[in-house]
Design a binder for this molecule. Structure first.
Ligand code: HPA
Length: 236
């Protein structure tokens, strides 16, 4: 066990899906995994391991934001030898052509956070997805007829900004959407030599001020999990 995960070393599979929300982790396990066993209840950060299409897959909730996400990803990498980590989450669109309910595959993640500035002594690391996971997910999404975008996302430390124009400089540089975890995931996996991908659905539109209904969120979340599991099963 590690500090925040009570599972025994072999209780967690090398391929792990990472939702922020513990109840989403439970829902994924109940809907999509066979013989799922709960491997973590510490702080209610629920985690489960089961089987999908005969392959052993884990799902571990990570909470919101890079500090919380980093704790779980660090422990999965260092204590449980996770090798393929797929974040499944939501994002806010920063571009007129990226619509509510679209899928966004984060090929890279810019950030307003100071976390990597400390790690890299003021220099700039470019957190990047695993290309093969990205290509596989993109092709699979197209085959499923999903509206999918690939590009740079902003991993922000702030959900509620005091500055109404905060998003404009990122949008002007082609950043597709804002979320709060991917830069940490890609950085930690790069250091560990593990593979990572963030698959996101657009739950709100920052430019247009729209948000998806609860029903739309659930539907799009379901489609995203099916895609993420296709990626997970192929890489297990
Ligand atoms: N900002 C940050 N994270 C998010 C957002 C957002 O607008 N929407 C969903 N996750």
């Amino acid at each position: 066990m590690s500090l925040h995960i009570e599972a025994k070393p072999d209780d967690i599979a090398p391929v792990v899906l990472l939702p922020g929300d513990p109840l989403r982790a439970k829902w994924i396990a109940e809907q999509f995994l066979e013989r799922a066993v709960c491997h973590n209840q510490v702080r209610n950060a629920l985690g489960f391991t089961g089987f999908c299409k005969g392959k052993r897959i884990s799902v571990q909730s990570t909470g919101m934001g890079m500090p919380s996400h980093s704790i779980y990803v660090h422990e999965l990498l260092e204590h449980y030898r996770a090798r393929v980590l797929v974040r499944v989450g939501t994002c806010g669109s920063l571009q007129p052509h990226v619509a509510l309910r679209d899928l966004v595959l984060a090929s890279s993640a810019s950030t307003d956070s100071a976390m990597n500035r400390q790690t890299f002594s003021g220099m700039t690391f470019a957190p990047t997805a695993d290309f093969e996971l990205l290509r596989f997910a993109y092709d699979a999404a197209l085959k499923r007829g999903l509206r999918v975008r690939t590009g740079n996302v902003l991993t922000s430390d702030t959900f509620y900004s005091q500055d109404l124009n905060w998003w404009k400089v990122w949008a002007a540089h082609g950043v597709l959407a804002a979320e709060m975890e991917t830069a940490a995931l890609y950085t930690l996996c790069a250091r560990a030599g593990a593979r990572a991908l963030s698959i996101l659905t657009v739950s709100d539109h920052i430019v247009k001020g729209e948000s998806a209904s609860a029903e739309e969120r659930q539907q799009t979340f379901e489609r995203m999990i099916e895609l993420a599991l296709e990626v997970a099963v192929d890489h297990a």
